[in-house]
Design a protein around this ligand. Structure first.
Ligand code: MV4
Length: 498
């Protein structure tokens, strides 16, 4: 086992990884940017090294500096978290060359899954279902138009180097096809430096279901059930749950086995996620594989009882799984809400500032993965997700009730958050009935549908003081200390930001 691991990340995931390392008796090395000098991951690690300016390209994306810190600190392995360098094959390769273990798959697996076209070709050989379409790059526009006609409109043009929704274009009819193709190719060239695009049948109203997989590198590949991630806004997931409210045991097994075949197609090692679309007729299709630990991994941990970071570290150290795969079963239900510094009352406009109040929900079945304390500010340079509120309960209905209770206990002022959005989702009949797809937010959400916003303590207090001034000037009311702020008059609702 490793005695020291460097965490090449920041925020809640860096804190999350440090916690497991501590439980395993492994020393931790944090790297940080100038903007993160006071960050929690820096404080929690055993050692820390500043690697550059606030901008990611000058710090968290600097392969050379991270390898330097590995050498200086004697870290034998690197956990990349998600984002930043986590799916960068060049990083995995550079570490290997420096004799340092990358906690993740091989550079070759990452490269194969990084190309949508190459990954479709590879998994097709293992019988994994694909969306009807072509899995070669378009070279002849007229032939491609003919293919689109054969597939049947609407079709989707996708960039091979894309992913997470980037570089996709829906084409509704033959007349739009050639110009859409040109636009998709030039977009792909500009965004990814690779203009390879391909065509798929456009699946209407799909659900996004993903399967967590683990491969020990010795030929043992397993699935840890599914996560339902259809509640997304512009390809940004906001609510995730496990298990899905609609999979039957038979379909779960089929999708799980398909996901395991994907790991075989790319000779995978470590933790990964295979994304599928599930159509209205319960047909599923492979989309892509994410070769990293995902943001929403805690819901899988809560229903399986496993620690996925521990499994990742054990696999990287050559120790295999810590459990017997035959013992795996789904226990209860888990839901995650991403807490981002953005304002659902203002169309999810990103917000910045200081957490003047920051009080976490507590009690049975609640887990918060975060990187904040009261008084801290959210840096503007990175992702604005600063916490994940995750709940577990015996059933889906109880988990929804628990999430509502947790949201009501979670107090944040100073920064707008997605908490009110979470409340909206938990109360929505389509969510309660598990009757939704990736169009849920577009179909159901508007700021007006949110609960009216509570006044913050600061505002209530300011208003109270102003009122006292007026009253005192009119000599009608006694002392200001008789007017309380906060809870006693919190029943005054007012539709504005804290
Ligand atoms: C699709 C699709 C419909 N048909 N492919 C979006 C992210 C990228 N991973 C693939 N995506 C989609 N691919 C076909 N053939 C619809 C989406 C899609 C989507 C997928 C998952 C979650 C949310 C989504 C939102 C819009 C579109």
């Amino acid at each position: 086992m490793f005695s020291k691991i460097l965490i090449a990340n920041r925020g809640e995931i860096a804190v999350r990884v440090i916690r497991t390392c501590r439980e395993m008796g492994i020393r931790t090395v944090a790297v940080y940017s100038e903007a993160d000098a006071d960050a929690l991951h820096v404080r929690m690690a055993d050692e820390c090294y500043c690697i550059g300016a606030a901008t990611s390209s000058e710090s968290y994306l600097r392969i050379d500096k991270i390898i330097d810190v590995c050498k200086k600190s004697g870290a034998e392995a690197v956990h990349p978290g998600y984002g930043f360098l986590s799916e960068n094959a060049g990083f995995a390769r550079a570490l290997k060359e420096a004799g340092i273990t990358f906690i993740g798959p091989s550079a070759e697996s990452m490269e194969l899954m990084g190309s949508k076209i190459a990954s479709k070709q590879a998994v097709a050989k293992f019988g994994v279902p694909l969306v009807p379409g072509i899995n070669t790059a378009i070279t002849d526009p007229i032939a491609a138009e003919q293919t689109a006609i054969e597939i049947g409109f609407p079709v989707l043009i996708k960039a091979s180097a894309g992913g997470g929704g980037k570089g996709m274009r829906v084409v509704n009819n033959k007349e739009e096809f050639l110009s859409a193709l040109q636009m998709a190719q030039s977009e792909a060239r500009n965004s990814f430096g690779d203009d390879s695009v391909f065509i798929e049948k456009y699946v209407q109203k799909p659900r996004h279901i993903e399967i967590q997989v683990l491969a020990d590198g010795n030929g043992n590949s397993i699935y840890l059930f599914e996560r339902e991630c259809s509640i997304q806004r512009r390809h940004q997931k906001l609510v995730e749950e496990a298990p899905s409210g609609i999979l039957t045991p038979e379909l779960r097994k089929k999708m799980g086995e398909a996901a395991v075949n994907v790991t075989k197609a790319c000779d995978y090692q470590g933790a990964g996620t295979v994304e599928f679309l599930l159509d209205a007729n319960m047909n599923f299709y492979f989309l892509e594989m994410n070769t990293r630990l995902q943001v929403e991994h805690p819901v899988t941990e809560l229903i399986t009882g496993l620690d996925l970071v521990r499994e990742q570290i054990r696999i990287a150290a050559g120790l295999g799984f810590s459990f017997n795969p035959e013992d795996l079963k789904i226990n209860g239900h888990a839901i995650e809400l991403r807490i981002c510094a953005e304002d659902p009352y203002e169309n999810f406009l990103p917000d910045t500032g200081q957490l003047n109040t920051y009080r976490l929900p507590k009690g049975p079945g609640i887990r918060v993965d975060d990187c904040m304390e009261e008084g801290m500010s959210i840096p503007i340079f990175y992702d604005n997700m600063f916490a994940k509120l995750v709940v577990w309960a015996q059933t889906r209905d109880l988990a929804i009730e628990r999430m509502k209770r947790a949201i009501s206990e979670f107090e944040v002022t100073g920064v707008a958050t997605t908490l009110p959005f979470g409340e909206f989702v938990m109360n929505h009949p389509d969510f309660k009935n598990a009757d939704f797809d990736t169009g849920f937010i577009a179909k159901n959400f508007s700021p007006e549908a949110l609960a009216p916003q509570e006044l913050s303590d600061e505002l209530v207090q300011a208003a109270a003081i102003a009122l006292v001034e007026v009253f005192e000037q009119n000599r009608q009311v006694p002392k200001s200390e008789n007017i309380k702020s906060g809870s006693s008059i919190n029943h005054w609702y007012y539709n504005r930001k804290n």
